[in-house]
Design a protein around this ligand. Structure first.
Ligand SMILES: Cc1cc2nc3c(=O)[nH]c(=O)nc-3n(C[C@H](O)[C@H](O)[C@H](O)COP(=O)(O)OP(=O)(O)OC[C@H]3O[C@@H](n4cnc5c(N)ncnc54)[C@H](O)[C@@H]3O)c2cc1C
Length: 404
């Protein structure tokens, strides 16, 4: 039975037969989970609000940790992606106004690279192609969920696709919408702290070659990062108070390049060229619990962090990977049960909380000019540089999370 009114062109369709698993959101995290489950032989339904291929030109630069690379390797994607990615072989951390600095090098940590920079578009294109090649996926584009309702035996999803209102149910519904759409879900409580800061992202060309070095520079206004991206370019992430960042978006290129040079310093020479500039607001946001009956929330939908240490995206990739392992270890009849959901919560809590605390700590400690703190921070960076065990722990945690 269907109905159509003049006010709403939406047509209602009958509910579909319950599925084993339904993923809402086919960004990098949702698509990684889908592919990991397909590799294990499960049938998967994936709802994605965007049109097919709509994200493939997205140039935003993701800094993939070595642990995320291992996940992509296991999914059989990395060989094709590697030529499109730029290795980070060295990370140089410094703060404006002090000599203390720390340098992390891949060769000191038995890793081929500390991480790689890859565009969001290239990653999602590779994931989408791999999903489409698998007969066990039910991939629905332009399908936008409007509500998720946890239930005693199943979770239910209401969504719209091509002017049709649909409902579907699954033993496990996974929300991976990037935190962009479904804010309020019964039983889930979100904590949010707005930093009042924005991140400006763009590509820049500098006078000196990048030599596969990523720079993280702390300033009282907020951290600024340059990530090697392509043969000559850097991806820029410039954070600061919203009222200071917003005027930078519309500034003439030449004035912007000079402002960046004044802000970042001379380590990569002059800045010669800048691409399109975008910004997004920075916040720390997380769910107190990431599960409700028959529902799991992963990726940015579960936790959004400041980009200061490049943690958020990588924690999301680990969410997807670990959830696939837990589902595979759980008999199908118990998918979505309390036991399964608690196992997932317990597995991920440590990693997520540490990521949130670490990034928040860095922002709080480094983004101010409190008298005396500058010296202590400089000393801290200097100490980190000369204590190999501290460096190793930092690199392991940033690469692999709590299992590092
Ligand atoms: C503007 C912007 C710039 C960024 N730049 C950087 C950067 O330079 N470097 C970096 O490391 N990180 C950056 N980030 C963060 C990074 O994009 C996230 O960490 C990462 O994308 C999280 O992946 P995800 O799959 O959890 O969510 P997303 O990538 O947000 O994917 C969510 C997916 O769900 C779909 N969706 C949303 N709502 C619904 C719905 N109701 N129904 C069905 N599908 C839905 C969306 O279309 C999307 O495909 C940026 C974020 C933003 C917003």
């Amino acid at each position: 039975m269907s109905e159509q009114t003049e006010a709403s062109p939406i047509v209602k369709t009958p509910a579909q037969a319950p599925q084993d698993i339904m993923i809402v959101g086919g960004g990098p995290v949702g698509a990684t989970l889908a592919l990991a489950l397909l590799h294990k032989g499960y049938d998967v339904t994936l709802l994605e609000a965007r049109a097919q291929g709509a994200a493939h030109q997205d140039q935003r630069a993701l800094a993939l940790s070595y642990g995320s690379i291992l996940i992509l390797e296991r999914l059989g994607l990395w060989d094709a992606l590697k030529p499109k990615a730029t290795a980070i072989n060295t990370i140089h951390v410094s703060q404006r106004g002090s000599l203390g600095r720390s340098v992390l090098k891949a060769e000191e940590h038995d890793q081929p690279a500390l991480g790689y920079v890859l565009s969001y578009g290239d990653l999602t294109a590779a994931l989408d192609t791999a999903l489409q090649d698998n007969a066990k996926i039910r991939l629905q584009y332009e399908a936008e969920a409007s509500a998720i309702i946890p239930g005693a035996d199943l979770a239910h999803v209401e969504y719209r696709q091509h002017e049709m209102a649909m409902t579907a149910s699954a033993k496990v519904v996974v929300l991976a919408d990037g935190g962009r759409s479904l804010g309020e879900i019964p039983g889930l409580q979100r904590e949010t702290k707005h930093y009042g800061h924005d991140a400006l992202v763009s590509k820049v060309v500098c006078e000196l070659p990048h030599d596969n070095i990523a720079y993280e520079r702390f300033t009282p206004a907020g951290p600024v990062a340059l990530l090697p991206n392509g043969p000559r370019d850097f991806s820029l992430v410039w954070t600061g108070k919203s009222e200071e960042i917003q005027p930078l978006l519309t500034m003439e290129d030449e004035a912007f390049l000079q402002a960046l040079h004044a802000h970042f310093g001379d380590r990569v020479g002059r800045f010669l060229k800048v691409g399109k500039r975008l910004s997004f607001p920075l916040k720390l946001s997380y769910l107190q619990t990431v599960t409700a009956p028959h529902l799991v929330v992963i990726g940015n939908a579960a936790q959004t962090m400041h980009p200061v240490a490049g943690q958020g995206f990588n924690v999301g990739m680990r969410d997807a990977w670990e959830l696939a392992q837990i589902l595979a270890e759980t008999p199908l009849a118990q998918w979505g049960s309390d036991t399964m959901l608690q196992a997932y919560q317990a597995d991920r809590k440590n990693d997520t909380r540490k990521g949130l605390m670490f990034t928040d700590f860095l922002v709080n400690v480094f983004s101010n000019d409190t008298v005396g703190l500058n010296k202590i921070r400089g000393l801290g960076l200097g100490l980190l540089d000369i204590v190999p065990i501290a460096k190793r722990r930092l690199v392991d945690k940033m690469s692999f999370g709590p299992r590092g």
